[in-house]
Design a protein around this ligand. Structure first.
Ligand code: SF4
Ligand code: SF4
Length: 226
């Protein structure tokens, strides 16, 4: 995957088409990805870019259980973008849907518009509020979008909407998303769908592939293997 990433980064940004593939047969429900994402992006209480949803399938006594990690689906036709009254969210040339924390006014229209529940509001809470001191993890600046967002006082991203961005700041630095590198089941794959030789291109051709709520026409760039 690292070689696929390097190959993609050598191309102009508008020729990359990032995609994530999650193999549900391999996911063991450990939530290591959820925690890695929280740590990478310094996410406060109530903001979870990559929840792992437990699902029960079938009817008793023929039931089975599976876990479904659910990051932002990076829709190719994202309903969250068109509802923003200040154009604070848009799709990058490589397909990643991003948010400008300086422009977001916190109206939360996009939270309502997202059919996947992938957007969250930062209310300014901390895990160690009401203790003698905030933990270093909570006062360190988040590197999202190549910035240094330290959430001091009422500053951004407090009062903004937040969501998964495929770890765009890591990609831009030549690194795979945090959830991909920490998945102990090797269930999450990432790469350039515009590269026929990439691992994700091969996996997307698998007969088990599906996407969430495909009937909505949002064209997610997160693919699942059943
Ligand atoms: S999953 Fe939701 S937040 Fe992500 S691009 Fe699609 S509509 Fe927007
Ligand atoms: S790609 Fe990055 S931001 Fe998105 S779920 Fe994975 S770790 Fe979180």
């Amino acid at each position: 995957m690292q070689a696929d990433l390097q190959r993609a980064l050598e191309k102009p940004i508008d020729q990359r088409k990032w995609a994530m593939v999650i193999d549900l047969e391999r996911c063991v429900g450990c939530s290591a990805c959820t925690i890695a994402c929280k740590a990478e992006n310094h996410l406060p209480p109530g903001v979870v870019y990559r929840p792992v949803i437990e699902e029960e399938i079938g009817q008793y006594p023929n039931v089975t259980r599976r876990w479904l990690p659910r990051p932002c689906q990076q829709c190719d036709d994202p309903p969250c973008v068109s509802v923003c009254p200040v154009e604070a969210t848009w799709k990058r040339e490589d397909g990643i849907v991003v948010i400008d924390y300086e422009a977001c006014i916190g109206c939360r229209y996009c939270i309502t518009a997202c059919p996947y529940g992938a957007r969250y509001f930062d209310f300014g809470d901390n895990y160690t509020d009401d203790t003698p001191a905030l933990q270093p993890y909570e006062v360190m600046a988040s590197p999202e979008y190549g910035g240094a967002w330290d959430r001091r006082g009422d500053e951004s991203p407090i009062g903004n909407v937040r969501k998964c961005h495929f770890c765009a700041h890591r990609l831009d630095a030549g690194m795979l998303p945090a959830c991909v590198t920490t998945c102990i089941g090797s269930a999450t794959f990432f790469g350039d769908r515009n590269d026929a030789d990439s691992l994700v291109s091969e996996l997307i051709g698998d007969a088990r592939v599906f996407r969430l709520k495909e009937d909505l026409g949002t064209e997610p760039k997160v693919f699942y293997l059943a």
